[in-house]
Write a protein that binds this ligand. Structure first.
Ligand SMILES: NC(=O)c1ccc[n+]([C@@H]2O[C@H](COP(=O)([O-])OP(=O)(O)OC[C@H]3O[C@@H](n4cnc5c(N)ncnc54)[C@H](O)[C@@H]3O)[C@@H](O)[C@H]2O)c1
Ligand SMILES: CCCCC[C@H](O)/C=C/C=C\C=C\C=C\[C@@H](O)[C@@H](O)CCCC(=O)O
Length: 257
């Protein structure tokens, strides 16, 4: 299978998109370390996956991506268990326009933390095997969502950071590729909790609901197939794959050179 012998790590893996990414990785032969703060959901998922794929193919590690020590220890445990890491997907994220510092801490700082920790283990200049990092942004990382300005800021930050890391890696010779997944609306807990997550912008909820009606709502399986497409295309580096109701397409970033 396409990912036989590969070892992956996914954050926010217990539910939603991260759960779907983990399943696709296992279906295609990879071993997966699943990190999440949702311990019960993570343990339940691990039990289910053990039944389908065997206990040695996956690992669930309770981890808050806001904690440098927890994240560092979790990634080290994954490397100790699987021998190395070839794939890291920084997926964990929230929408919370009231507790906006937490949203920045998880969505942006957590992705930066996971990217740097992944590079520590993958960097060919320091004896690593190379690899690929996929950071999960959003269409809100490419255009503003007026009902969620901080969420928009975090996702725009993830896009800019990831593209800069791809360029830095190419020039430095790290042997690590960095790419972005930018899904449209997807039916997960994030959408279900929309009414309570917009804080001071709750009066703009209907605007976003109209946008959802206009764009449609994706199923997690549509996004995880795009995740696999991005993962398997070794020509992609510094690219953003948009996942839309009518298919997936790479965002045409303008050249500023
Ligand atoms: N659902 C959408 O419409 C949509 C669209 C585009 C992008 N995204 C992005 O996809 C990613 C996954 O979101 P989802 O829709 O699957 O939501 P979700 O709420 O279903 O899943 C998010 C997972 O992340 C975990 N998590 C939250 N904070 C964490 C932390 N501090 N440390 C570790 N794990 C943590 C949660 O426990 C949960 O299991 C997020 O980055 C989100 O911004 C979602
Ligand atoms: C409150 C956010 C919940 C879901 C967040 C998740 O990341 C999904 C995002 C999906 C789509 C974002 C689209 C953003 C579009 C804007 O850039 C702009 O195109 C909207 C223009 C206004 C309009 O068409 O109504």
């Amino acid at each position: 299978m396409a990912l036989d012998g590969k070892a992956a790590l996914v954050t926010g893996a217990a539910q939603g998109l991260g759960k779907s990414f983990s399943e696709v990785l296992l279906q295609h032969g990879a071993k997966v370390a699943m990190l999440d703060v949702a311990e019960e959901a993570g343990k339940s998922l691990k039990e289910s996956l053990d039944q389908r794929y065997g206990a040695d193919r996956s690992l669930f590690i309770p981890c808050d991506v806001q904690s440098q020590q927890q994240f560092k220890d979790a990634m080290q445990k994954a490397v100790d268990t699987f021998g190395q890491l070839d794939i890291v997907c920084n997926n964990a994220g929230i929408v919370d326009e009231r507790a906006w510092e937490e949203a920045v801490s998880i969505n942006l700082m957590g992705v930066i933390r996971g990217t740097y920790l992944a590079l520590e283990h993958m960097n060919k200049l320091t004896g690593g095997p190379g690899g690929v990092v996929i950071n999960v942004a959003s269409l809100a990382g490419l255009g503003p969502l007026l009902s969620a300005p901080v969420y928009t800021a975090t996702k725009h930050g993830v896009v800019g950071f990831t593209r800069a890391m791809a360029d830095a890696s190419k020039v430095s010779g790290y042997g690590v590729r960095f790419n972005l997944l930018c899904p449209d609306f997807v039916q997960t807990n994030i959408l279900s909790a929309l009414t309570s997550s917009l804080g001071p912008f709750a009066h703009l909820r209907d605007s976003t609901k109209h946008l959802m009606e206009k764009h449609g709502i994706l199923d997690v399986s549509q996004v995880s197939q795009a995740f696999l497409q991005l993962l398997l295309d070794q020509t992609k580096d510094g690219e953003a794959l948009m996942v839309l109701g009518n298919g997936s397409q790479y965002y045409p970033f303008p050249s500023l050179e």
